[in-house]
Design a binder for this molecule. Structure first.
Ligand code: FES
Length: 245
């Protein structure tokens, strides 16, 4: 009893502190997402310096060059990962809080009186996320093929720093997709029980990844931007690739 009397003011102080700092999380989201969006938009508009040796920037993969398209080839494919991230359950929370302050955080009152969540137009369109998952999975196949190509230096096996960067990027993007809430539903989330042991194990594995979806979301976001930056700097001759093997 004595312990609880002593600890109660401390707990109250900690709760007050957390309440006062509710703005910190939206601010971090705002800065992180704005930096990425700014860089990705700039890189997509460039339309050049996206490949060097066996490396291809993930912003331009698969590389589609057709005569009738005069803009940057990045725009032909970037709408898929952009749509996938924009409708992601985790990012929705992040940008609702940081860009729209609606709601700004848990247990913080809202500005508007009527809150309909995502049940009305246009936010109901966020349900399209499951279809973007299919598109993102197709793009992942191309990214893995880029990783394989990144081991090929003029017909000889090799490993460069760029190989490792592209590998890390594709690995993190795969983890991000595998930990997706829609994928978890697809694997078995829609079921009340499991008869098949394999499906149950798969569901448990995906659930385990899903618990860390925020981690995969941020690390893959940083890495995909860095992978483009790395290849771009090589293509512009600003730095040299390091050959490891
Ligand atoms: S919920 Fe985040 S990628 Fe699907």
């Amino acid at each position: 009893m004595a312990t609880s009397i002593i600890e109660r003011p401390k707990e109250k102080f900690a709760q007050t502190q957390r309440k006062d700092l509710w703005w910190l999380e939206p601010l971090v989201y705002f800065v992180g997402l704005s930096c990425f969006l700014g860089y990705a938009t700039w890189a997509a508009f460039q339309g050049k310096n996206y490949e060097w040796g066996p490396y291809l920037s993930p912003f331009y993969s698969p590389l589609i060059t057709v005569k009738w398209w005069n803009l940057s080839p990045a725009f032909l494919i970037l709408w898929v990962p952009a749509g996938f991230r924009a409708t992601c359950y985790y990012y929705r929370k992040a940008y609702y809080r940081s860009f729209f302050m609606d709601p700004p955080a848990c247990a913080v009152s809202e500005g508007c009186k009527k809150y309909s969540g995502e049940t009305n137009f246009p936010l109901i369109l966020q349900n399209i996320h499951r279809y973007f998952l299919i598109g993102a999975t197709v793009l992942l196949c191309f990214l893995w093929s880029d990783v394989i190509k990144a081991f090929n230096f003029n017909g000889h096996f090799g490993v460069g720093m760029g190989t490792m960067v592209l590998f890390a990027n594709t690995f993190l993007l795969s983890m991000y997709s595998l930990s997706c809430h829609s994928f978890r539903h697809l694997i078995g989330g829609y079921k009340d029980g499991f008869k098949c042991g394999f499906q149950h194990d798969s569901y448990k594995g995906v659930s385990c990844l899903n618990e860390h979806h925020m981690f995969w979301a941020w690390t893959s976001l940083f890495m995909v931007g860095f992978a483009d930056f790395y290849v771009r700097m090589l293509a512009m001759g600003i730095w040299m690739d390091i050959r490891l093997l």
